[in-house]
Each structure stands twice: as C-alpha cells, then as structure tokens.
Design a protein around this ligand. Structure first.
Ligand code: TRP
Length: 379
C-alpha cells in the first residue's frame, strides 16, 4: 500500500507518484518562468531547487509579485521532535536558510512536541528531550539571529491555543477525516492538532493586526495541513499561506524516503565517521557492475545516491559539473564517487557540530515570545 500523509510514508516513491500527488493536492510544478522570477532576487539558484527537489508550490508567484511591490513576507516551517535528526530531515531547513538569507526575512520554526506526544509512542520527557536536541541541530545550520524564532508548542501553548480554537471552529471532524484519513479510533488530541499547526501561518498577521504574507517550505507529506489551513484562513480574515514543497531525499538504498524507521539507510548528524563511510559505500550506486562496463557506458546519475547527496552539499558548482562529467562518462569509477561524497558529508557534519557547540548557550534568544516579537515588528 502506498500512503503519503503526515503520519506515514510507505512504499517506493517515484516520479509518477509525485506527479500524481501534485495533481491530487492541487499543487503547481515550479516551472522555468517561476525559476527565473526567483533568480531575479536570489541571483543563483540553490541546488535543492535547481535539481527539482523543491519542485512544487502554491502561490509562490503571487508572494514574489507582492514582494516586488513592497509587500514583505515571512517564512514558516517546522519539525516534529520524534527522534534524532538525519540528513533527510535537515534538507528543508537547509533550503529555508537559503531563502531567509536571500530575502532577508523573518522565520518561524514550529517544534511540535505536542503532535509527537499524541501521535507516537513517546513520553512527554522523550519529546521534550528531542525537541531541545532538534532545535540545536536546526540552529547549527546557522539562521539569522534576531530574525529566527522557535515556536515550541508546549511552551507557547497560550497563544497557540487561543488562536487554534478560532481556527478549529471552522473545521469539522469529517473534514479532518477526509483530509488526513483519521477515523473514530484516533485520539481527540490528534484530531484537534491540525489547528495548532495552522497557527504560525497567521500568527504575525494576528500580532500586527494587519495581513502579512507567509511562505511555508515543507516536504510533500505535510501538504494536508496546509490545504486545510488555506481553506480556513480567509474565513478568519487572514491571507492564505503560500507553499514551496519538496520531495524526499532519496534514502541510501535508492528508493523511498530517508526515513527514521530505517536506521541504517539514513545518515544521522551524530553518526561516527566509520558509520558514515559504511553507509555511503553501501548506498545504491548508478555505476556499472564492472570496471570495464563503467568505463564503457559511464554511470547513471539519476539512480546514483552518493552523487545526489554530493551535489546538494557541494557549494562549488564547477566542481559538481566536473564530477558529473567524469562520472557519467565513465572516467570516474563508483568507488571514487563514494569517496568524494563521504568526504563532503563528513565536512558538512563537522561544520554543523562546530556551530552547534557555539550556539548551545544562545538558544533562549531564538525562542518565540509574543511581547518580544510584537515590539520588534512594530518598530
Ligand atoms: N508536523 C511536522 C512534522 O511532523 C512539523 C511541522 C510543524 C512542520 N509545522 C510545520 C513542518 C511547518 C513543515 C512546515 O515534522
């Protein structure tokens, strides 16, 4: 059974499935026109959008046009703290950081400890432990200080609750049931929760008492939440949030997503060098079976997981082009490709660890506080 929703992602995921989801969800593919429009502001394109990992959207064109006319927007994304983070989890954040820097905008990051308590077999202590760890992992990517704030659901419960009840008044059980596939045996917290995830998409409009556009980067399994949000917000007098939507980072075995349930197919941020090496060297390769065939035919890059990880993490585009040329033409062997990827991943993880250490004592400054935000935005 194939299922892609906030609670499960099952089965092999291929291009056809993404195209079907885009159609079913009413998303739009990010086309060349829109890429060019983005480029006008960002000059270069981030590899994650250039290579089609962030591939679909809703109203991104609209938000950019309004931005061009002097109407600002802010970014909203999030993380459910159900465990340690792996590279696949960091991808949307890595891209969000780029967006934040290019447009110099505010960013709200919701940490849904309540959601994971309700939907996973975890205690409050466990989710609160992961929440703290995950926030540090996310911050280790290096977001703009003073413009980046975590909404931690349990901590910001008061404002979230007060806004969520307004939202929930416009949502029926049958809507939640059909959107998320929930049923009568789901706990009632889970049924109410979508209202909580909707709040950050209008919280700034609420605090400022005027409409501010919101752009939400997320992986496609979260789309249910934001279709619902878009239905309801006009009824509360707030603008519909725009979306920019990603596929999943291919897992190391070359199918499905990099999932936390398949431990040895995902690279964790705290994996040792030996573990990273082992995982990358056993990853699905697009290289040919023998050296002779590889030299003759070259690698199939579209299937090569190490290459796909490498091109996301390598900032020097010329290097990527060179590797691409050599590997696809057979000049480079799959072992060399894996070695290059391994070194890049280790460098990336080391940089994260270094920043994580520095940011440890500053986390309080990144926490959302109603009064703090209001003051900041009103000046
Ligand atoms: N529900 C998301 C998860 O399980 C967390 C989340 C909350 C989120 N708000 C978001 C993700 C906004 C993307 C965008 O991980």
């Amino acid at each position: 059974m194939k299922a892609i929703n906030p609670f499960e992602v099952n089965g092999e995921i291929n291009e056809d499935i993404y195209i079907k989801l885009v159609r079913d969800f009413g998303l739009k593919i990010i086309d060349t026109n829109l890429l060019n429009k983005i480029k006008q502001h960002t000059k270069e394109l981030h590899p994650l959008i250039e290579y089609g990992i962030f591939f679909a959207h809703r109203d991104l064109d609209l938000i950019l046009s309004e931005y061009e006319n002097g109407k600002p927007f802010y970014l909203y994304t999030g993380r459910g703290p159900s465990g340690e983070m792996h590279l696949g989890h960091l991808i949307p954040f890595y891209f969000t950081k780029w967006l934040q820097e290019k447009f110099n905008v505010y960013l709200l990051i919701q940490i849904t400890d309540d959601e994971k308590f309700l939907t996973k077999n975890l205690t409050e202590d466990q989710v609160s432990f992961y929440a703290k760890q995950n926030m540090l992992d996310i911050l280790s990517l290096g977001f703009i200080k003073g413009k980046t704030f975590f909404i931690l659901d349990s901590r910001n419960a008061k404002i979230l609750y007060n806004l969520a009840i307004k939202f929930s008044k416009h949502v029926t059980f049958s809507q939640v049931r059909s959107t998320f596939g929930m049923n009568e045996s789901d706990n009632i917290g889970k049924i109410f929760f979508p209202s909580i995830q909707a709040v950050p998409s209008f919280i700034l409009s609420y605090l400022l008492n005027k409409p501010i556009n919101c752009l939400i980067p997320y992986a496609i399994d979260q789309d249910d939440y934001f279709r619902l949000t878009r239905d309801v917000l006009p009824k509360l007098g707030y603008p519909k949030p725009a979306s920019i939507v990603s596929k999943f980072l291919p897992s190391l075995i070359g199918e499905g997503k990099m999932s936390s349930s398949k431990k040895d197919t995902s690279i964790y941020l705290n994996d040792s060098e030996a573990e990273v090496r082992k995982k990358i060297f056993s990853a699905f390769s697009g290289g040919r079976d023998t050296k002779e065939e590889q030299i003759k035919y070259g690698a199939d890059l579209s299937k090569d997981v190490p290459f796909q990880i490498y091109r996301i993490l390598e900032e020097d585009r010329e290097k990527v082009e060179k590797v691409k040329e050599e590997y696809s033409s057979g000049k480079m062997l799959s072992g060399e490709m894996k070695e290059i990827t391994y070194r890049k991943v280790i460098q990336f993880l080391d940089e994260l660890k270094e920043r994580r250490e520095k940011i440890k004592d500053e986390i309080e400054e990144y926490m959302f506080d109603e009064e703090k935000i209001k003051k900041m935005l009103l000046i």
